[in-house]
Structure formats: structure tokens, C-alpha cells
Write a protein that binds this ligand. Structure first.
Ligand SMILES: [Zn+2]
Length: 184
């Protein structure tokens, strides 16, 4: 059974480290880590998680989008592992929207992200894949990818004025949103 792992928070050195490439994707430790990441992500009500967040400086991320109040059109997907991802291309156009993070609980910020992004990665079977993510998935990818290069979402804000605390965020969004918010 996969275990729910501790989520490292901002301040832990590993959150600022550049993650290492995975050399043997089929290794049982890597496969077990992927299972634990998926489990921990879902248990934490996250829509994504990156290996450094659970204490492994390895280039593995999970995307596990599902529709939620904030993003009603977020696609429902089977949790997907992306290993050694690389950005091939991205849109000039960026759009700002709110993000939160399991490693920075209690904080929300408006973050500009490319509206679409083309990516090369290896799946958990070790097969090379390319995909274009758009909209919410593009945002989710960019958020998780940042974790692999030692960055967090507040590094990307245009102004510290666009960082707010969860409680005030809820107050601000109350008319439109439920409290069932998801974090990356
Ligand atoms: Zn995050």
C-alpha cells in the first residue's frame, strides 16, 4: 500500500533544489515513489505534486486534474506521471490566475502562465511522449515543472500585492467559490 508522505514546505532546502533526472524509470523504487506521489496528491486534495515536495530531488511530477469550483472545466483525468519533462514550446500569450500550493499552505497568488505549452516527457513505462497542454492543464504543468527547477509560484508573481492569505482569498471569492479549493 502506498503511504501518505510528509509534504515539505517552503524553507526546506529541497524545495529550492534543481531535481535530478531519473535514469531508470522502470526501477521498482521509482515505480513505488510514483505510486506514493499519486496517493499523497489525492489524499491532500491536490491536483498535482512534484517529487521534491515529498523529499525526493527527482524530475517526476504528477498531474491529477479534476473539475472543482474554481476551475469547473478542469478536465477529469487519471493521475498521470511525467518523468524528466522538458518544455519544447510555449505560447507568447500568458494569463493570470490564482494558484495555491501544498508546500505553501494558506497562501494564494495570481500567477501569469503561458496559455499553452508543448512538452516532452517519459511516462511511467519509460515511453517518450509529447503533448500540448492548454489552459488549466498548462497552468498545472508549469506550476509542477517549477518545483523541478527549485521555483515556487510566488516567485512568478508580478507584484507582491497579488499574494494574499487563504482566509482573505475565501472572503474575496466567497460570492463565486466554495471552500473546496484545490492546491497544486
Ligand atoms: Zn506546488
Amino acid at each position: 500500500m502506498p503511504q501518505h508522505l510528509e509534504i515539505f514546505q517552503l524553507g526546506a532546502p529541497i524545495i529550492r533544489m534543481v531535481a535530478k533526472r531519473v535514469s531508470d524509470i522502470k526501477a521498482s523504487e521509482v515505480q513505488a515513489l510514483i505510486d506514493e506521489m499519486i496517493y499523497t496528491c489525492l489524499e491532500s486534495k491536490g491536483v498535482g505534486i512534484a517529487a521534491p515536495q515529498i523529499g525526493h530531488s527527482l524530475a517526476i511530477m504528477i498531474m491529477a486534474s479534476y473539475p472543482n469550483t474554481r476551475y469547473p472545466y478542469a478536465p477529469k483525468m487519471e493521475p498521470m506521471a511525467l518523468i524528466n519533462p522538458k518544455v519544447i514550446d510555449y505560447s507568447e500569450e500568458q494569463i493570470k490566475d490564482w494558484e495555491g500550493c501544498l508546500s505553501l499552505p494558506g497562501i494564494r497568488a495570481r500567477v501569469p502562465r503561458h496559455t499553452h505549452i508543448e512538452v516532452l516527457y517519459y511516462d511511467r513505462e519509460g515511453k517518450e511522449q509529447t503533448v500540448i497542454f492548454r489552459d488549466f492543464l498548462a497552468r498545472l504543468f508549469q506550476h509542477e515543472y517549477d518545483h523541478l527547477i527549485g521555483k515556487v509560484f510566488i516567485d512568478r508573481v508580478e507584484s507582491t500585492q497579488e499574494i494574499i492569505m487563504e482566509k482573505e482569498y475565501q472572503r474575496l471569492m466567497n460570492a463565486k467559490l466554495s471552500k473546496n479549493e484545490s492546491s497544486f
